[in-house]
Design a protein around this ligand. Structure first.
Ligand SMILES: C[S@@+](CC[C@H](N)C(=O)[O-])C[C@H]1O[C@@H](n2cnc3c(N)ncnc32)[C@H](O)[C@@H]1O
Length: 236
């Protein structure tokens, strides 16, 4: 079973949104498992201290390598990837999410304060992963985003009605626009082709829209898509 182990100083934040809707139902049905590890349990003093002042001075606090090392050693006893949520990390992509969801699960370390002692990153072979170029106050929301993105791809979680096959990024393109009833809303119509019943034309329209949106909004993705297309592979 796919398992997420989350190391945090705020265990009460979990499952939080992951206990609701698709991920929550999948959690309740045993499609995936969640272990939440309170990092403070691995502190040794009576105040359960997990942080200290930065070597060299400066503002804020740093999470201690000795405490984190013990927490990781207790949680990560199998071969799952150990990821540190970090704004410095490799940006998370849909293809990485797909790969992680095919694996046995993840061990996620949530930073707080100014971050974690650098030695624990090397000493426990942590891979730094970012969910975007902005700074959150802690790794927990980032961990939830990563878990949610993985869990929805697990076999059976999305069900027959919904499919990830045509979603944004799956083919390297953003997704085409969606519409539903009413046919006219505030004078705006559903594009005629979508109500034509001609499935081949609908597919062609959707593809053209996906390409148009990607080209307009994400020139970086569009260039990458064209490169793959030219080299004969549309996946990756
Ligand atoms: C206030 S941030 C630390 C920011 C750090 N001092 C820096 O400038 O890079 C505290 C924690 O939030 C998490 N975090 C913040 N932004 C993130 C992002 N974009 N992606 C993943 N984790 C993030 C990390 O775990 C980080 O250790």
């Amino acid at each position: 079973m796919w398992r997420a182990s989350v190391l945090t100083i705020f265990p009460e934040m979990f499952p939080g949104p992951l206990g609701i809707s698709l991920a929550g139902k999948a959690l309740a049905s045993g499609a995936w498992a969640l272990d939440v590890v309170d990092i403070r349990n691995f502190a040794t003093d009576k105040h359960r201290t997990v942080d200290d002042t930065p070597a060299g001075g400066g503002p804020g606090m740093v999470m201690k390598a000795d405490v984190l090392g013990r927490a990781i050693d207790a949680a990560a006893t199998d071969g799952r990837p150990r990821l540190l949520l970090s704004p410095r990390g490799t940006p998370l992509t849909q293809s990485r999410v797909e790969a992680l969801s095919r694996d046995a699960g993840v061990v996620l370390l949530c930073g707080r304060f100014e971050g974690v002692d650098e030695r624990v990153i090397a000493g426990r072979s942590l891979e730094e992963v970012s969910i975007g170029d902005y700074v959150l106050s802690g790794g927990e929301i980032a961990a939830m985003a990563l878990i949610d993105a993985c869990v929805r791809l697990l076999p059976g979680v999305m069900g027959a009605a919904a499919s990830g096959a045509e979603e944004s990024f799956t083919e390297g393109l953003l997704e085409y626009p969606h519409y539903t009833r009413p046919q006219v809303w505030e004078g705006r119509l559903i594009p005629e082709i979508l109500t034509s019943g001609d499935h081949a034309k609908i597919a062609a329209w959707r593809r053209a829209e996906a390409e148009r949106l990607t080209k307009e909004r994400r020139p970086d993705l569009w260039e990458a898509f064209l490169r793959r297309f030219r080299s004969g592979s549309k996946t990756g």
